[in-house]
Write a protein that binds this ligand. Structure first.
Ligand SMILES: C[S@@+](CC[C@H](N)C(=O)[O-])C[C@H]1O[C@@H](n2cnc3c(N)ncnc32)[C@H](O)[C@@H]1O
Length: 270
């Protein structure tokens, strides 16, 4: 079978399975099988696939047809222009979260604490974009932290990683410089419609009680006690949650500064 024939069949099967990105996914799976770029496979349609290549491409296609996210099949995902290792221990980084990096670049904080770091995409991108700031990243999952450490090492960057339930493992925020806490915590309510792909992601990275706001509100409360006047809190939440979240944050001393897509920026006025 040649490249064109495999692609035609794969796109047809993926479309039939209800996958919107059928064409892109077929290209990515075959390109990864052949260790080539998408451009290569598109310009070498007549090339015959070996039995080994065919078996590998078909195996990956079967996983994708079962709605496994392509990032888990290929083991990596791009975030803020860089490649991050991902595994089913971590949430697949979402493009919406990149706005957090834009906000950090505007704030230029000396110290950043990333709560619920997952793959480490926020902490590591922040350190790469703002090399002079010190970055601490925590997660309740040791398995997630292992992936984050691998990403820091492959991107050649120093971030301090620690296991912690929200801010409980961070004794005191000792820096004299202003601190910015960022958190993309789980905020999906169990009742919401989610894509079939999310069943492959860790539920502890996605779901939270109390309309999805349980963990975020808990963090706001902890942060209001540990942070100082002028410190910033950058949170990701669904747009439907922004009103309730901001009301809670304001009750705990935070002022809403800005909303960018799913991202909200608060400043503590102690
Ligand atoms: C939505 S994922 C975000 C991962 C990453 N920051 C990103 O933006 O792609 C939420 C992360 O929070 C972690 N988490 C869940 N509960 C936590 C808790 N109580 N304390 C710290 N981290 C927690 C999960 O393990 C998961 O890695």
């Amino acid at each position: 079978m040649n490249i064109d024939t495999w692609l035609t069949k794969a796109v047809k099967d993926l479309s039939k399975a209800g996958i919107d990105s059928a064409q892109l996914d077929a290209h990515l799976l075959l390109a990864a099988t052949l260790y080539q770029s998408r451009e290569y496979i598109l310009s070498h349609g007549e090339q015959e696939l070996s039995d080994t290549e065919l078996a590998q491409a078909d195996k990956w296609l079967k996983r994708r047809l079962n709605r496994e996210p392509i990032a888990y099949i290929l083991g990596h995902k791009e975030f803020y222009g860089r490649d991050f290792i991902v595994s089913p221990s971590v949430l697949i980084p979402r493009p919406e979260s990149e706005a957090i990096i834009e906000i950090l670049k505007e704030l230029k904080p000396e110290t950043i604490i990333d709560i619920g770091t997952g793959s480490g995409c926020l902490a590591i991108s922040a350190k790469l974009e703002l090399p002079n700031c010190s970055v601490i990243a925590t997660d309740i999952s040791e398995d997630a932290l292992q992936i984050a450490r691998q990403n820091a090492s492959s991107l050649n960057i120093e971030v301090t990683f620690a296991v912690s339930d929200l801010l409980s493992g961070i004794k005191n925020i000792t820096s004299d410089e202003p601190v910015t806490i960022v958190a993309n915590l789980p905020y999906v309510d169990e009742s919401w419609d989610v894509s079939p792909e999310t069943k492959f992601e860790p539920s502890m990275a996605l779901f939270a009680d109390n309309d999805g706001l349980h963990l975020i509100k808990k963090l706001v409360l902890q942060a209001s006690k540990k942070m100082r006047d002028g410190d910033h809190l950058v949170l990701e939440a669904d747009k439907r949650q922004h009103g309730q979240l901001s009301q809670y944050a304001e009750e705990h001393g935070f002022t809403l500064e800005k909303i960018d897509g799913l991202i909200v920026l608060y400043t503590l006025r102690a």
